[in-house]
Design a protein around this ligand. Structure first.
Ligand code: MSP
Length: 588
């Protein structure tokens, strides 16, 4: 619940450093960033980790093709991911690179521990070998190629090779039990979300578990890339097994106490993770292999493993072969997009036009992305529709309406709501509401948003903010302050108008707190204009909050808008996009 102050450790997958960052990587990382920001807002001690997975064999071959060492090539590409996440306004607490010494040392120690406890053992790997290409093929690939080399057509050989295995089969019962406990909310359990994904994993678990290979043989002429199997220099730790260890290695000062200082103090309190976030492609490793490895190491299990679905592009699955990934350049172009309405307005006011900003992209990803079980489409028309509906016509318009009226009728000074204690208004045809209605309504949305966050329901928690802003619009339509303003000199009217506008502004302030995790820059801008920033540094959306949400969102409380304080109206937070407006180009 919202009062819980347990540390909150959230992770994204570490991304293959050989790939170019695209919308999929940005999506998962943005969603994790939204969750992390919400947790910070709740007052939790947050540690948010993302990073790159660097020890794949492909890194060696691509680096060679391009005339780089593997480390140089990894450095170049890891920087691309960092740049992409900066563009997305991601505020991670650490960026793990598996080629870093701190990770390698700890990951090797975990594998050694698993070997010592006989959870990793030496065995025989049997599979189809293509002598003409010097590689093993999976049964499916071999069968599809009629047991001939897919490249040269020469016959495949059945071969066996020494390999190291993790005893996954030993943990079958315990995994079932931990999942049951997780669902029942008992200690020692973990949960897989969303439910559809959990059912898939349970279905596969029922078919039984095989031990998994965890190493690959070092070949002649191999670059020194990856972790050697402890005690066996003829093998390296398989990249997947090593990568999973990053979640623990990033916070494990128990094993390497000397690193605590460099890492800004001990991070031990962060384990176990509150949530590992990823897409469904890599759920099995996270929901089954990793928890079993943790059991074998006698470590606590993560609370939640959350696997979202995929982003598709204009209705078609994004893939390397189709080359239809939504690239970072396109997200950047949206962020740089100067709308026609903004250009005209800026001209009128004699100022520089302002681009749309990345918050609009973050909003689209967080509210229209594949959170939950279903894939989601990224299409330009939908982006514009959502932008207008939720941002320009939603919180943006609402905030402008209210600050314009406060400016016009009260010279920009927040009016006093207490002068009209018997304020009542008719909502629709049947309901009369008194002043006490608003604080209760705001509280309701704050509570719902906090609850949704515990289930990783980020979409729902953001919608609580939108819904609250939407009610302000409805309230304005019901109470018609612009009509009242015409009779402002009549008895009691000014007081009534003051109460209405105070309620509007205070409700928007509270809504803006709930919207902040997706819209950090824009909400910080609104708070500066209204002089009500809850941030330690009003200019820095990453600077942390002065108090937890529960206190910040208290209606009329310590952090509320105070009668008598000035608010400025500033430029609109989100200008409207017109339907036919040209799509931003990616050359920007
Ligand atoms: N390196 C491994 C992960 C190791 S974690 C211990 C890996 N890397 S990856 O670069 O392929 O990243 C996969 C992840 O990228 C997905 O699980 C998801 O988080 C994100 N996405 C990649 N494409 C995506 C979409 N089309 N849609 C949504 N997310 C996607 O696997």
């Amino acid at each position: 619940m919202s009062t819980e102050k347990k540390p909150y450790y959230i992770t994204t997958p570490i991304y293959y450093v050989n790939d170019r960052p695209h919308i999929g990587h940005c999506y998962t990382t943005t969603v994790a960033d939204v969750a992390a920001r919400f947790a910070r807002l709740l007052g939790r001690d947050v540690f948010f980790l993302t990073g790159t997975d660097e020890h794949a064999e492909k890194v060696v071959t691509t680096a060679r093709e391009r005339g780089h060492t593997p480390q140089e090539w990894a450095d170049i590409n890891a920087a691309e991911f960092q740049k992409a996440f900066d563009l997305m306004s991601i505020h991670a607490d650490d960026f793990m690179r598996t080629s870093q010494e701190r990770h390698k040392a700890r990951a090797a120690a975990y594998i050694a521990q698993l070997k010592d406890s006989d959870d990793i053992y030496e065995g025989e790997y049997e599979g189809w070998y293509d002598p003409s290409q010097e590689e093993y093929l999976t049964e499916t690939v071999a069968k599809e190629a009629d047991y001939k080399s897919p490249v040269t057509g020469k016959p495949l050989e059945k071969r066996s090779e020494k390999n190291w295995f993790f005893r996954l089969s030993k943990y079958e019962e315990r995994l079932h039990e931990a999942l049951r406990k997780g669902e029942a909310g008992e200690p020692g359990g973990y949960r897989i979300l969303p439910e559809a994904r959990r059912n898939e994993v349970l279905g596969r678990l029922k078919q039984g578990l095989n031990d998994v290979p965890v190493s690959r043989a070092v070949k002649e002429g191999d670059a020194d890339w990856g972790i050697l199997m402890p005690g066996d220099p003829s093998h390296r730790v398989y990249v997947w097994i090593e990568a999973l260890c990053n979640y623990l290695s990033a916070v494990d000062n128990e094993r390497e106490p000397s690193t605590a200082e460099a890492e800004g103090g001990s991070r031990e309190r962060y384990w176990p993770a509150a949530v590992h976030v990823m897409a469904k492609d890599i759920l099995w490793f996270h929901a089954v292999v990793w928890p079993a490895m943790l059991m074998a190491m006698d470590k606590k299990l993560p609370e939640v493993v959350y696997a979202h679905a995929y982003f598709v592009a204009e209705g078609t699955k994004m893939s390397k072969s189709l080359g239809n990934f939504i690239e970072i350049d396109q997200l950047e172009a949206y962020s740089n997009w100067v709308l026609d309405a903004e250009r005209k307005q800026a001209e009128k006011e004699g100022r520089e036009p302002r681009p749309m900003g990345i918050d609009a992209v973050r909003w689209f990803l967080a509210t229209n992305g594949p959170l939950g079980a279903n894939d989601a489409d990224f299409a330009h028309a939908k982006f514009v529709e959502v932008y207008n509906a939720d941002l320009a016509n939603g919180i943006g318009n609402c905030a402008s309406r209210v600050s314009n009226m406060i400016e016009k009728y009260f010279d920009g000074v927040v009016p006093d709501p207490s002068l009209c204690p018997d304020f009542v208004w008719e909502a629709g045809e049947s309901e009369s509401r008194s002043q006490g209605w608003w604080p209760a309504r705001a509280r309701y949305f704050v509570d719902r948003a906090s609850e949704a966050h515990t289930e990783f329901g980020l979409y729902q928690s953001l919608l609580c903010g939108s819904a609250l802003a939407g009610i302000v619009d409805q309230f304005i339509n019901d109470t018609r302050p612009f009509s009242l303003a015409k009779q402002i000199d009549e008895e009691g009217v000014r007081e009534r108008l003051a109460t209405i506008l105070y309620s509007c502004a205070e409700a928007i302030r509270i809504a803006s707190l709930l919207l902040f995790p997706a819209l950090p820059s824009k909400m910080a801008e609104l708070w500066r204009a209204w002089d009500c920033s809850p941030l330690n540094d009003p200019d820095d959306p990453n600077s942390g909050f002065k108090a937890p949400l529960e206190e910040l969102a208290a209606w009329g409380g310590e952090w509320s808008l105070k009668p008598g304080q000035r608010i400025t109206k500033g430029p609109a937070l989100f200008m409207r996009a017109s339907a036919g407006e040209a799509m931003p180009t990616t050359t920007a």
